[in-house]
Write a new protein. Structure first.
Length: 279
């Protein structure tokens, strides 16, 4: 079987199973099986293809395993981050948080310190460090797998002189007496039993990074309550939240002694990232 034949067959199979990005995914699976780029595939459709290797990947995808876990990577802010089961897959809507943080940190803020809570793959903090090599970034996650993957991504993507550190711990627990110019957080914010969650996400991605008690607001509330002691006087906090949570999050921002500034919508127009500051 040739590359072109396998891709056409895999595309039809994925389409019949109602996968929206069947063509792209068929290309990605073929490229991963061969260890080559999508561009190489397109240029060599008559080359032989290892059908059994491709079939194993295709069957895992048909079972619902996320394409990012099959490939071991996910693009975020123009950079390729390693991911694996046990680590939340970066989402496009989280790029809004990073873009907002970069806009809020002026070029004059040399040496600014940024805290990335619930760092997962490290995509937020590492993207900040890549865009602003002059700032200092501390990433924290409770899960050892997330810490290991963040460190791996930092070693791959950042230069040796980058001011980036990752620590293991529960939210602010590893931070003693430190204050930050910015606190950035994509916490678990889905309520247990929320039926809107994609079954594939629920089945394969880590529950510790998805779900929170208190209608999904428990971790958010803890992040907000701890922020006043960790923000520098002119610092800010950017917090990702779930659909329908804006009113509750704004209430908790104010209850924590912070000032709600604005909410950034995602590409679907859903309020997604809240900005808060000290009074």
């Amino acid at each position: 079987m040739t590359i072109g034949e396998w891709i056409r067959s895999a595309r039809r199979t994925l389409e019949e199973a109602s996968f929206e990005s069947a063509r792209i995914e068929a290309d990605l699976l073929a490229g991963h099986a061969l260890g080559v780029s999508r561009e190489w595939l397109l240029a060599h459709p008559e080359a032989p293809f290892p059908e059994l290797a491709g079939l194993a990947l295709l069957q895992r995808r048909l079972a619902g395993e996320p394409i990012a876990y099959l490939l071991g990577r996910k693009e975020f802010m123009g950079h390729e981050f390693r991911v694996r089961p046990g680590v939340l897959i970066p989402r496009p809507e989280t790029e809004i948080l990073v873009e907002a943080a970069l806009d809020l940190l002026s070029p004059a803020d040399h040496g600014a310190s940024v805290l990335d809570l619930c760092c997962g793959s490290g995509c937020i903090g590492i993207s900040m460090a890549l865009a602003r090599p002059d700032i200092q970034v501390l990433a924290i996650d409770l899960d050892p797998t997330a810490v290991a993957v963040t460190q791996e991504n930092a070693e791959r993507l950042l230069s040796g002189d980058a001011r980036f550190e990752c620590r293991a711990g529960d939210l602010y627990e590893p931070v003693v007496g430190e204050k930050f110019s910015a606190i950035l957080c994509n916490p678990p914010y889905i309520a247990h039993g929320d039926r809107r969650v994609d079954p594939q996400v629920h089945a394969y991605e880590p529950s510790i990074a998805l779900y929170a008690e208190g209608e999904g607001l428990d971790v958010i509330e803890r992040v907000l309550n701890g922020a006043p002691k960790r923000l520098s006087p002119d610092g800010f906090l950017l917090l990702e939240m779930g659909e329908g949570q804006e009113v509750a999050v704004v209430e908790r921002i104010r209850a924590a002694g912070l000032v709600w500034i604005k909410t950034y919508p995602d590409l679907a127009g859903i309020p997604r990232t809240a900005l808060a500051r000290l009074p």
